[in-house]
Design a binder for this molecule. Structure first.
Ligand code: ZN
Length: 271
């Protein structure tokens, strides 16, 4: 009888251990049973040619990431048909060298972002100067107006300001970003305590340019304003924006990080 009890106990322990091992390790991957989220990509087809070149490649780049319908992407050339209630259907807006048009579009975008909306913007999507007259947009970006740029577009040595952030932790400490025009801002976003700068042009690049030569200055090119669910990336000029795996990974990281912080829950954890 005693032996039988011992045997039963041993069988029970074995079964329990096996069950715990299954629960503990589970299956190594989560497969999406349907699209995890929606993204809205916005571009301006009548912008300067080099910006449209980047935009067209960006549309292909992000479209490839939808393969298998893990998520859905809508593409628009105008936000005119996107009032707040429609914008709210999207986990993220991708702005390619484009910004909301008139007052109504600006207000819808403001409310979308203030209510937890997601955004990644490239290059001229953040361009603003004294004529823009949109103070909220500067608070959102966390920086001032366009200040200066290198010309012509060229590759640049860039440095990660931190590798302790989901957007940069898989990147090398520095890398050569493909050819682009890069903007400085006045004031620099680094002066804003709400901003975390993620990538900057290396100070080793100075003097930077052949025609228009930037001689000095703080030169952040990728940052997040921690008050919003956003990442701004200054790349976006010309047809070389997607030739480099490191920079492509930066783009995917920024996109995925913004989406993962959706206030409705991290869509990558949904079954
Ligand atoms: Zn440009």
């Amino acid at each position: 009888m005693k032996r039988l009890k011992q045997l039963l106990l041993a069988v029970f322990c074995l079964a329990a251990t096996s069950l715990m091992a299954q629960v503990g390790s589970g299956y190594a991957a989560d497969y999406a049973s349907g699209p995890r989220f929606r993204a809205l990509l916005h571009y301006e087809p009548h912008a300067e040619e080099a910006h449209v070149e980047f935009d067209k490649q960006a549309i292909k780049f992000f479209h490839k990431l939808t393969y298998g319908e893990g998520w859905l992407m809508d593409v628009t050339t105008s936000l005119a048909d996107y009032p707040l209630e429609k914008l709210k259907e999207y986990s993220i807006i991708i702005s390619l060298n484009a910004m909301p048009g008139g007052r109504e579009q600006r207000e819808a975008f403001e409310q979308y972002m203030e209510q937890g909306g997601g955004w990644i913007g490239f290059h001229a999507s953040a361009y603003n100067d004294k004529r823009t007259q949109w103070p909220w947009f500067n608070r959102f970006l966390g920086c001032g107006v366009f200040y200066c740029n290198n010309w012509p577009p060229q590759p640049a040595l860039v440095e990660c300001d931190t590798q302790d952030h989901p957007v940069t932790r898989t990147l090398p400490a520095s890398f050569v970003a493909p050819s682009s025009e890069f903007y400085q801002w006045d004031p620099s976003p680094r002066k804003n305590p709400d901003v975390e700068v993620l990538v900057s042009i290396s100070q080793k690049m100075y003097p930077f340019g052949l025609k228009d030569v930037v001689k000095w200055g703080d030169f952040p090119i990728v940052w997040t304003n921690k008050r919003y669910r956003m990442v701004y990336l200054n790349m976006g000029h010309g047809d070389e924006g997607f030739i480099d795996a490191t920079q492509n990974l930066l783009f995917v990281n920024a996109f995925r990080w913004v989406v993962s912080r959706d206030p409705k829950g991290d869509p990558f954890k949904n079954k």
